[in-house]
Ligand binder design. Sequence first.
Ligand code: MSP
Length: 509
Amino acid sequence: MKNIFITTPIYYVNDVPHIGHSYTTIIADVLSRYQRLLGNNVFFLTGTDEHGQKIEKSAEQRGLQPRELVDSVVLRYKELWEKLNISYDYFVRTTDEQHKRIVQEVFQKIYEKGYIYLGNYEGLYCSPCESYFTATQAVEGKCPDCGRDLVLLQEEAFFFKLSAFQDKLLAYIKQNEQFVLPHTRKNEVVSFIEQGLEDLCISRSSISWGIEVPELGIELKNKHYIYVWFDALLNYITAIQYMENEKVFQQHWPAYVQLIGKDILKFHCIIWPAMLMALDLELPEHVFGHGFIYQGGEKMSKSKGNVLDPNKIIEEYSVDAFRYYITREIVFGLDGTYSDVNMRQRYNSDLANDFGNLLNRTLSMMGRYFEFKVGKSNEAQLSEAELILKKEVHDLEIRIRQNMQDFKLSIVLEDIFSVIRKANKYIEDNMPWKLYKEEQIDKLSNIMIQLLETIKVVTTWLSPFMPQTAQKVYEQLNISWQEKNLYNWGYFKEGMLLNKPEPLFPRKE
Ligand code: MSP
C-alpha cells in the first residue's frame, strides 16, 4: 500500500465556480478514486485561496467585508464539490488559523536560512488603485485599471532569492523527465528559466487582507503582508501540518501529483519548487499542467457572457455524464471545448446505447432465461470464440494501469468503451436467444456469466470516473460496494441472485 498525495490548485473565491474549476477537481477526484481502487492510501487535498487584492477589491465592489465574501463563496465551492461527488480528504482555506500560523513559521524559516531579505521594490504605482504595475502592464504610462497617471515609487519590501535556485532547478527539471508534465509544458518551463530568474517580491504594504509578515526582530518602516502567491502555494504543506506534525507530514510529502491549469505553470514549476528547495524539501513527483476548456473556440469570460455553469450541465445530463464528458472528450493535457451537441452525442451513443444497453439487455436475458439466478459455469466447455471476452478484459487491465500512470485518461475510457462495444457484439455473435430456443442451457449459462463478469469488471474500472453509475450497476448486479478487487474476473457463482434492470442513462432526444 502506497501513500498517494494528490492536490488541486486552491481556487480564488472572488467569484462562484465555473466549469474550468470543476475540470481540475474532477480529474483529481478520478485519480484519487483510481488509487484507492488499487488499495493505496490516498490523501486528496483541495481548497480555496482567500487573500489578496483580488478578493479585497471584489468584496469592496459588493459592499462586503472580505471575510463575508469569502465565507459565502466557499460554500458555493463546497456545494458544487458535493454535487460532483468529489471525494476530497481535506479542504484547506488560506484563512484557516493553521494555514496562517504555518505560513508565518515558514516565512521565518526561509528568512533565517538567508533566502528571504529586505530590499527595495521599485515600480509604477497608481495611488487611487493602490497597485503597482510593470512597464508592460501600463498603458501609455497610465494605470490600466483607472487610466490615471502612474508614479515611480520605491518602498521597502521582502524578496525571495529565486535567482539562487536557477541552476539547481534547471538541472532538476532536465534530469527528472517526469516532473513537469506533459512534456510540452516542460519545454516551456525550461526556456523560461533559461532566460534568467529574478528575485521575487513577496510582501506588500498596500494591502491588508493577507497574512502579516512575522516578527523578525528587525525594524520596519511599514506593516508588511505576505504576497498572496507565496501564501497560497504553501497550502500544499500547511494542510499536512508541515513544521507542526512531522509524522503526518512525512506520511504525505512529497506529493504524487499536483494538478494545475497551464496558466499557473510558472508558479508551480519555478517558484514553488524553489520554495521547497529553500526549505530542503523534496519536490513533488509530478506537476501536471492541463489545458483549458473553451466554449465555441473562445475563452470563457464574464464580459462575453459565455461562462459555463456546471450546475446546468449536471441538471440536464447527470453528474456522471458530465464527469464522463470532461474526461473522455478532452485529451488530458490539451485544450478542449465544451459543446452541447458533443455532450448529447456522447451521452446517447456511449452511455445510453453502449454501456446502458449492455447492462440492460444482459439483465433482461438473465430474467427471461434464468429468473435472475446465476447458472452453472463450466469454462472448459466454451469454444475460443466464446471465451474471447475474458481475454479482452484481461488485456484491458494491463493497458489501464499503464495509461493511468501516464495520465492518459481519455485513452483509458476509449479502451473501456471498446470492450463494452465488444461485449455488445459478443451478444450478437453468440445469440443467447437462439441457444435458449435450442435448449442449450449449459452453454447459455456460460455465456451469460462471461457477460456478467465483463460488466462487473468494466464497471469497476469506470467507477473512478462515474462513481454514482458504478454504484447503480453494482446494485443491479447485487454486489456490495465494499467488496474488494472487483476488477478481477471470477465473482459470480451458481445461485447468486441479480436484480431487475433499470435504465442507467435514459436516452435524450
Ligand atoms: N488561486 C490560484 C491558484 C493558487 S494554487 C496555489 C488560481 N485560482 S483560479 O481559481 O483562478 O484557478 C484555479 C484553477 O482553475 C487553475 O488551475 C486554472 O487553470 C483552472 N481553470 C480556470 N479556468 C479554466 C478553464 N476555462 N479551463 C480549465 N481550467 C481552467 O489560479
